[in-house]
Design a protein around this ligand. Structure first.
Ligand SMILES: Cc1cc2nc3c(=O)[nH]c(=O)nc-3n(C[C@H](O)[C@H](O)[C@H](O)COP(=O)(O)OP(=O)(O)OC[C@H]3O[C@@H](n4cnc5c(N)ncnc54)[C@H](O)[C@@H]3O)c2cc1C
Ligand code: SF4
Length: 488
């Protein structure tokens, strides 16, 4: 245990400051201040960990991160051991340490009567320090098995599976239809949450270990499914769940109404120095975002940086409570009101707002959004309350209502893999699809989720593929395809 009296001496959380809003809105860089400015409180925070007999944070984290162990090592300044323990369960702590919603913290035992340990910040500090100290080196396999694996899709699930399988000695090729590797880490999540240098330096390590990357290759189009299947002993489908949920309302086909990703992807490409002609822009516009989740929040931060005149985010449901409710007791991960860094930067948030119509101007573009107050019916359905309609001026509307599942019209259709009733790729308990030697991992099988789940699934899928190729496997499998979060 780090400091037996640590949690008694330091009772508050302390985190590094964010950059001032007026400064960070002028660029696309990380909203958090750089580490060079120092974190004298980090050791104190790690020292608040009580090394509980039953560390519930292990359960809260889908990866089973060994949180008390690395808190202790950080407190003792033993950075090489700390990164070794962190990498033992997490291939990419630089991603989770930045953008994970940290369900571990909501199940921290200290959280019962004190603010939780700042686990996520300790995590990102360990990996950043490790990169700075040259402690992240390639783990080249000692022997090659001679087996080949294709991973289709290069998001966190595909990358985690690829790294595990490469290190187990298999020859792994990652195919990505986009022009750069990373999946939603690259072109979904904006730089102000995750700068792309973090992806690039991890890819360097993976390439040095032997993983091969083929960006700009769409399986099913550039290489047919049959050709791919013939070439590899096993295939991992890690193609994500990218089909957006539609909002079929009058006026949906007006100019200026877009799905969130049709706005975020080109904005991310522009931030990387590759602007896309004709991409929607928020500059000078009244922006309305429909949907209050992560994607909506990323649209907000992006709109503000592009110079929107105003931004309103609409959520159909009630405003969540500020504190956990009695029905969501510790150690569950409760649904509570959250303020992201983008929410700190501006915009208005409106709850119980049901969209009724996109209202058009004479030029064929949207000019307003008609919304009504949401009414809850006795059977739980949510409907617009009659007589409460109002118009919100809007010349850019972004639909950020989540994703229904993986695209199934091209690659998945060619494979003939069975789907679930929700339209996800069906998997057995070992991530195997209905096709021999073909596995599905991450959002493609789970539905749109979180990076930490994608990495956990990628690791577990690698174990299953390794067992298929070798007869048995010693690779870890932190979660099963049907493991669910500790929700209230
Ligand atoms: C805007 C946005 C913000 C988010 N923010 C967060 C956050 O802050 N924290 C968090 O934990 N989670 C966040 N998420 C969710 C998280 O990004 C996903 O759960 C995670 O990326 C899923 O990983 P994946 O590897 O399964 O799929 P993806 O990351 O979606 O990657 C799938 C890849 O497969 C490729 N592909 C698909 N078909 C083919 C094909 N036929 N051939 C070749 N390549 C193909 C796609 O181009 C894509 O790059 C966010 C999601 C979105 C959309
Ligand atoms: S990956 Fe997420 S849940 Fe796990 S320790 Fe890190 S912040 Fe917590």
């Amino acid at each position: 245990m780090a400091d037996p009296r640590g949690f008694l001496k330091v009772r508050e959380r302390e985190l590094p400051p964010n950059r001032p809003v007026e400064v960070r809105l002028r660029d696309w860089k990380d909203t958090h201040a750089h580490r060079e400015e120092g974190q004298p409180f980090l050791k104190e925070q790690a020292g608040r960990c009580m090394d509980c007999g039953i560390p519930f944070c292990h359960q809260g984290c889908p990866l089973g991160n060994l949180i008390p162990e690395w808190n202790d090592l950080v407190w003792r300044d033993q950075w090489a051991d700390a990164i070794e323990r962190l990498h033992a369960t997490n291939n990419f702590p630089e991603f989770t340490g930045r953008v994970c919603p940290a369900p571990c913290e909501t199940s921290c035992v200290l959280g019962i009567n004190q603010p939780a340990v700042t686990i996520k910040n300790v995590e990102v500090s360990i990996i950043d320090e490790a990169f700075e100290r040259g402690l992240v080196t390639p783990q080249v396999p000692q022997r090659l098995t001679g087996s080949t694996v294709a991973v289709v899709g290069s998001g966190p699930a595909g990358l985690a599976a690829a790294q595990q399988l490469t290190r187990a000695g298999h020859t792994v090729v990652v195919y990505e239809r986009d022009d750069a590797i990373g999946g939603l880490l690259r072109y979904g999540i904006p730089d102000f949450k995750l700068e792309k240098l973090h992806i690039d330096r991890r890819l360097e390590q993976m390439e040095a270990e032997g993983t091969r990357f083929r960006p700009g290759v769409a399986i099913g189009r550039d290489i047919t499914w049959d050709a791919l299947r013939r070439r590899f002993d096993a295939v991992v489908l890690a193609t994500g769940a990218t089909v957006p949920r539609e909002l079929a309302m009058p006026g949906r086909d007006l100019g200026g109404v877009h799905f969130a990703m049709d706005f975020l992807t080109p904005a991310n490409k522009a931030a990387a120095g590759n602007p896309v002609d004709g991409a929607p822009s928020a500059a000078g516009k009244h922006v309305v975002i429909i949907g209050g989740g992560d994607t909506g929040s990323d649209c907000l931060g992006t709109s503000l940086r592009q110079g929107a005149a105003s931004v309103t985010t609409l959520a159909i449901g009630k405003k969540p409570p500020l504190e956990r409710s009695a029905s969501q007791p510790w150690p569950t991960d409760p649904i509570v009101f959250e303020v992201s860094t983008s929410h700190e930067e501006g915009g208005e948030r409106s709850y119980l707002a049901s969209t009724v119509e996109f209202v058009g101007g004479e030029d064929g573009n949207v000019r307003a959004l008609k919304v009504a107050e949401t009414e809850y019916l006795p059977d739980g359905r949510r409907v617009p309350k009659e007589g409460t309609e109002r118009e919100i001026p809007a010349d850019l509307v972004l639909i950020a209502m989540g994703f229904t599942g993986p695209e199934t019209d091209e690659l998945v259709a060619q494979t003939g893999a069975e789907l679930t009733t929700r339209g996800l790729v069906r998997r057995g308990d070992d991530y195997a699809t209905s096709l021999p030697g073909v596995y599905a991992t991450g959002d493609a099988g789970r539905g749109q989720s979180l990076i930490v789940w994608a990495i956990a699934e990628g690791r577990a899928t690698a174990a299953a593929v390794d067992a298929y190729l070798q007869g048995s496997s010693e690779l870890p499998a932190p979660v099963g395809p049907r493991t669910v979060a500790l929700r209230g």
